[in-house]
Design a protein around this ligand. Structure first.
Ligand code: AP5
Length: 232
């Protein structure tokens, strides 16, 4: 009997289904937004969704609030159900997506596999020390946009370029929650990379250069696989 070829999600012929990893402050949210614009895929940021629900005071927001404030993970059942809903939307199914902040542990990885898995996993590699330094200068907007006082300042001081609202410093960007988030990343999230390495879909990019340089590296790595293997 002929030997069956191992399943390789990167040979999928549908729209791209991507996930981006990196320690807190590595710039994964920044790059995910650029990737979504460039390839026309949906940007599904679990952190942004939670923050938006919190600002709207919804039931989900009220449940998630204390976890975000302390830098802990929101319970898996809540997060998995929320992501499942987003990935089943017509836009995500038709155009593809980039997941930013999910999966973060083994249970979430299994839930994502049940939803069909991904075709590409991108890791933005940055030493923790530099990541913490970047978080120190970050400014955010409820619309999901993120800025940096030195590296990516808004055109008008403290005002979002995209929607004109006032920028704020995230509640979980204080030293204690930052340390906890980084600890959780190394303990629960980074081990997931080996799953994607085994699948042959992991692209590792140096996150140290400027935003535009990192983005060029991401695009050049994706170009080698996306055009040929997925519908884009
Ligand atoms: P989330 O919003 O996902 O935050 P995070 O994972 O802690 O990641 P960050 O947003 O801190 O880092 P980033 O890498 O995206 O950095 P950025 O691009 O902004 O999650 C927040 C919370 O929500 C969690 O703690 C948890 O409570 C909950 N949650 C979310 N997902 C969950 C899940 N799956 N399960 C359970 N709970 C969940 O960049 C950082 C700064 O650097 C910015 O100011 C940026 O402008 C700047 N910058 C970026 N790139 C560069 C560069 N190349 N050079 C110089 N500056 C740069």
């Amino acid at each position: 009997m002929a030997k069956r070829k191992p399943l390789n999600p990167a040979e999928d012929s549908g729209p791209p289904r991507m996930v981006i990893f990196g320690v807190q402050g590595s710039g994964k949210g920044t790059q995910a937004e650029l990737i979504a614009k460039r390839y026309g895929v949906s940007h599904v940021s679990t952190g942004n969704i939670f923050r938006s629900e919190i600002s709207k005071k919804t039931a989900l927001g009220k449940r998630a609030m204390r976890f975000l404030a302390s830098g802990k993970l929101v319970p898996d059942a809540v997060t998995n159900a929320m992501v499942g809903k987003y990935l089943k939307t017509a836009a995500a199914r038709r155009r593809g997506f980039i997941l930013d902040g999910y999966p973060r542990n083994h249970s979430q990885l299994k839930a994502l596999e049940r939803l069909g898995g991904v075709t590409h996993a991108i890791e933005i590699a940055l030493p923790d020390r530099e990541a913490v330094r970047r978080i120190g200068g970050r400014l955010n907007c409820v619309c999901g946009a993120s800025y940096h006082v030195d590296h990516n300042p808004p055109r008008r001081r403290n005002i979002c370029d995209s929607c004109g609202r006032a920028l704020f410093v995230r509640n979980d960007d204080r030293p204690a929650p930052v340390r906890r988030r980084i600890r959780i990343y190394h303990r629960e999230t980074a081990p997931l990379l080996s799953h994607y390495r085994r699948q042959g879909v992991l692209l590792r990019v140096d996150g140290r250069p400027a935003i535009s340089v990192v983005f060029r590296s991401v695009v050049s790595r994706l170009r080698k696989t996306l055009g040929a293997k997925t519908r884009i």
